[in-house]
Write a protein that binds this ligand. Structure first.
Ligand code: 3MF
Ligand code: MG
Ligand code: MG
Length: 396
């Protein structure tokens, strides 16, 4: 780690709105074809280790920390009290809570299944998560409807299922309004997270754009309370450009929260640490977000590889993910202020000066040399990424 450089002090790391999920650190390396490789971890250890690293915020699913059978019972209140104590002790904040609606057998037919009791149970779960969120001082609630879909076609009617899913979100928003008023707190920001494949074969809300359409569909009673939690890799997985997906969310005023990680196009959800696969794309993503003054959380929703030890999770995996994010964020600031990129961009926007808007050939001639600046800007961004703009050279 020391040899690699780029390590920031915990106090510096805490200045960024980074959050560490309970499930990311506690992930034991298991998968469909893989047994766990690491021991289980409780919230006490995760919160303590995040604090040492300098990750200032913590996020959780309800069932990451509360057994399913204890939800809504006295045992939940005890556990939530202990979590609040651990957060206070280590000076961490809970920024986001999320409901697990994909793992337990009760979700086999999705949280919007045909059986009315499943849907009532889903409402209970999301309302209960809203209450936990207020108890822990969170500002965001996230929903990943991963099991909203099917393996085999025909039995599930899509429009009906989406209407039923909206009813659960409406129940969460209604409960939020009540609790926020009683506690004199602002309501939470409710954020939908899309993923194109996995764990269902066909997913009803597979992309952030599908989520935007769902929010605007008229099915939600409080669409103003609901926005997006895009995940970088989830947009890349279907072949999209994450930066363009984020731009569409920004235009809609719905970029509330952002899950940060990395991976590959058209592969499964490999959840690699931010910038470890596509650092140039990540630089460009952060240029967009910085220039639009995105000020929501960056949630480290990745999974330390199963070849990393538990020691490595906190000594190698999380510190490097955090530090690479900070480096790329600062680099994005440098790219935004870069005089060469600025001059090129200004020149492109000034246009070639053709005077007759009906003369296509004249417009082409006037812009031909200017448009070379697209490539020049791209080269300049790579130079910034590699440090070449600061004179880093290799002699042969
Ligand atoms: C799955 C995910 C989820 C969601 C989480 C909601 C386990 O690919 O990304 O993480 O982010 O359920 O916050
Ligand atoms: Mg995620
Ligand atoms: Mg993911």
């Amino acid at each position: 780690m020391k040899a690699c450089g780029g390590s920031y002090a915990p106090a510096v790391r805490r200045k960024y709105y980074l959050s560490g999920p309970q499930w990311a650190a506690a992930y034991q390396g298991q998968a469909l074809f893989h047994a766990p490789t690491r021991e289980a971890l409780g919230f006490e250890q995760v919160i303590e280790r995040y604090a040492e690293i300098g990750i200032g915020h913590w996020t959780t699913h309800d069932t990451d920390v509360i057994p399913t059978e204890a939800l809504g019972k006295n045992q939940q209140a005890e556990i939530v009290g202990k979590i609040a104590g651990a957060l206070r002790k280590h000076d961490l904040k809970c920024s986001m809570v999320t409901t697990e609606t994909f793992y337990h057998a009760v979700w086999a037919g999705s949280p919007a299944a045909e059986a009315p009791e499943v849907r009532e149970y889903a409402k209970f779960r999301v309302r209960n998560t809203v209450e936990i969120g207020h108890d822990l001082g969170a500002g965001f609630a996230v929903y990943w409807p991963g099991s909203l879909g099917y393996y085999v076609q025909g039995a599930v009617e899509e429009t009906e299922t989406l209407r039923w899913y909206a009813e659960a979100l409406n129940a969460a928003c209604d409960r939020d309004i009540e609790v926020a008023a009683a506690k004199k707190r602002p309501t939470l920001k409710h954020c939908l997270e899309a993923k194109p494949f996995e764990p269902q074969a066909e997913i009803l809300l597979p992309t952030s754009d599908a989520m935007l359409a769902f929010i605007a569909s008229g099915l939600l009673t409080h669409p103003e309370m609901v926005g997006l939690n895009p995940e970088y890799l989830h947009e890349l997985m279907w072949g999209g450009a994450p930066r363009a997906a984020l731009a569409r969310a920004l235009l809609a005023g719905k970029l509330f929260h952002f899950d940060i990680n990395d991976g590959y196009r058209l592969k499964h959800d490999v959840d690699i640490g931010v910038g470890l696969v596509n650092p140039l794309d990540w630089l460009n993503v952060l240029v967009l977000l910085r220039s639009h003054r995105y000020n929501g959380p960056f949630n480290l929703d990745y999974k330390p590889p199963r070849t990393t030890s538990l020691f490595g999770v906190f000594e190698v995996s999380f510190p490097t993910a955090v530090d690479r994010f900070i480096t790329l964020w600062e680099m994005a600031g440098e790219a935004i202020a870069d005089p060469i990129i600025k001059e090129a961009t200004d020149a492109l926007k000034a246009g070639g000066g053709a005077t007759d808007y009906r003369d296509a050939e004249a417009i082409v001639r006037a812009n031909r040399e200017l448009l070379t600046l697209h490539e020049l800007i791209a080269h300049r961004l790579v130079q910034i990424l590699l440090g070449l703009h600061r004179g880093r050279v290799y002699s042969v």
